[in-house]
Design a protein around this ligand. Sequence first.
Ligand code: LLP
Length: 401
Amino acid sequence: MFDTDLINRFQQLETPFYYYDMGLLRQTLEACKNASDRYGFHVHYAMKANFNPKVLNAIQSYGFGADCVSGNEVKAAIAHGFDKGKVVFAGVGKSDKEINAALDADIFCFNVESVQELIIINDLANAKNKKANVAIRINPNVDARTHHFITTGLDENKFGINGWQLNDVAETLRKCANLQFVGIHFHIGSQITDLEVYKSLCIRINEMQDWFEDHGFQVKVLNTGGGLGVDYHYPDTNTIADFEGYFKVFRDFLNVKPGQEVHFELGRAMVAQCSALVSRVLYVKNGQKKNFLVLDAGMTELIRPMLYQAYQKIENLSRKPASPQVGKSESEDSGHRTQDSKFKYDVVGPICESTDCFQKDVELPESFRGDLFAIRTAGAYGEVMASGYNLRDKVQSVYSE
Ligand code: LLP
């Protein structure tokens, strides 16, 4: 991702910033588009993963729909040119204001997460003399075998409607004249790397659509959610997620009936690898038990490692073997450059919290004040989860073009 020219360019810039490789983003989107088009599948990009305007513009240009989880995401999707007829709106706590905004925008569909929400959408649609398309988000109780914190499809999770409530759903749908049932929706978790999990999901979806059809509802849309994982350990080797393998599981195991559409909501797999958080070493603190590299980025810029104990690869760009002398003055360098020798550091941020640590005991070349660091695979749930804690500056973005 980083050649000498790029690292030299970074030397001139204020850190920290998110660097976006727009070429890589396009390559990833093309791979996703080709793989989904092969089976006539519809992909809604999960905007929560990254709503940087340039990223949204690129994604929209491929004709993907948008999966939104707030009224503001719905508005942003439409403002960035996503077709309103391809916008879906999920979320366990949609406010009346958000539902009204989505009704006004004439989106494709609400993914509804409770019986009470069905009634509220019906009432609000009635007040506007409109009919709202709804898909029922079902909690399939399928274990995504991913990190506990990003698992959503188990009975113990707050998301979706459980199987035992479906009679109540059917009764409510029959009573609500301002709702149009279009299908069923699922999402079992994120960063799923074991595709077998999706076979189990397909089996549940097949059972559920039979249940609805047996109860007199036509299921036009099967929305399987998102969750396809990426390789955080080897971003340069496995740069593009396994879209082919992923969609093939659904082609092979989902019982798609004539006239039915299969929808997906991918976020991470579409944007994670195209960005890195670039930061500088402010201080090197050599302690008795630990050596710390204090970066000028912290949990305020990228919170995933702290919040989910997530691994993201850390590289010292200034000491890359291929670019030994990148832009450093002799005085900063202090004659210590020993590229081959490895040191262990806790790589931490500047925030006043002990948890503000990107990774402990990272093996790195000996590192110095001013060295440029990259934290890789930061395009998904990176910039969007930044906060203003400690009244920090808003993190900047830099683009390859
Ligand atoms: N659909 C629904 C209903 C979702 O809740 C999500 C993500 C997606 C689709 C997209 O999932 P993806 O393809 O990106 O895995 N902040 C966490 C991830 C939270 C995911 C939330 N829901 C992280 O940084 O790992």
